[in-house]
Ligand binder design. Structure first.
Ligand code: ATP
Length: 201
């Protein structure tokens, strides 16, 4: 069985917090390959959106040259090509295969909201769900949700040992608007696209 990680998000813009989370996901879950999938229209968020094509370009830039990962990392345009609202359950259906075991990465905020997603029980049957703690969450709280999903849905859930880097796309959009230096959090390639298109100003 190929262990395939799925990492979806808005990626507006993709930052080092995403890369660090993906790296912990790959190493702790011993993945064979990783798919990074920018959403077309995310169901949960209304964001300052430069549009799916630019978010895809930035995500490709952030994960270019395999981003130092030792396994194959592919940025997939599946949700963007499909257009419309991107539901994780549809994406998991699309990538599910008898020779593949799917793992879905969620930051703590997303992990704790899983029951409000479309068809949570189907999501849990298609993939193991893997949470990573973000700054505003506690490990105890995440483990409580994991236990609830196991009991209620028979879900396979994991909470990563690695903690998230304290940064979000929202913070970065604010920093860019204020003209602050984002070098610590954004790769030079991503910053070049933001400069070129004058995004988030
Ligand atoms: P926004 O601030 O616009 O809400 P975000 O920084 O949360 O964006 P998304 O693209 O929405 O970024 O996130 C995609 C996935 O990555 C989500 O599961 C989210 O919880 C997770 N994630 C985002 N930032 C981090 C981080 N710093 N560490 C770990 N996971 C993160």
């Amino acid at each position: 069985m190929t262990r395939t990680g799925i990492f979806g998000g808005t990626f507006s813009p993709p930052h080092r917090g995403h890369i660090r989370a993906a790296a912990a996901f790959v190493s702790e879950m011993k993945l064979d390959r990783l798919l990074v999938i920018p959403a077309c229209i995310p169901p949960h968020k209304s964001i300052d959106d430069p549009g799916p094509d630019l978010r895809l370009e930035m995500t490709l830039a952030a994960f270019s040259d395999n981003a130092g990962f030792s396994i194959p990392v592919k940025v997939s345009d599946y949700e963007i090509r499909k257009s419309g609202v991107s539901y994780t359950v549809d994406t998991l259906e699309h990538f599910s295969d008898p020779d593949t075991e799917l793992f879905l990465l969620c930051g703590g905020d997303m992990f704790e909201s899983l029951e409000s997603w479309r068809e949570p029980e189907r999501i849990f049957s298609l993939a193991s769900v893997v949470g990573i703690m973000r700054e505003d969450g506690t490990e105890q709280e995440m483990r409580k949700y994991a236990e609830r999903y196991r009991k209620k849905y028979g879900a396979k859930c994991y909470v990563l040992g690695e903690r998230a880097l304290e940064v979000s796309s929202t913070l970065l959009r604010t920093m860019i608007k204020r003209g602050e230096n984002t070098e610590e959090y954004l790769s030079p390639e991503v910053r070049r696209i933001i400069e070129r298109e004058k995004l988030y100003r």
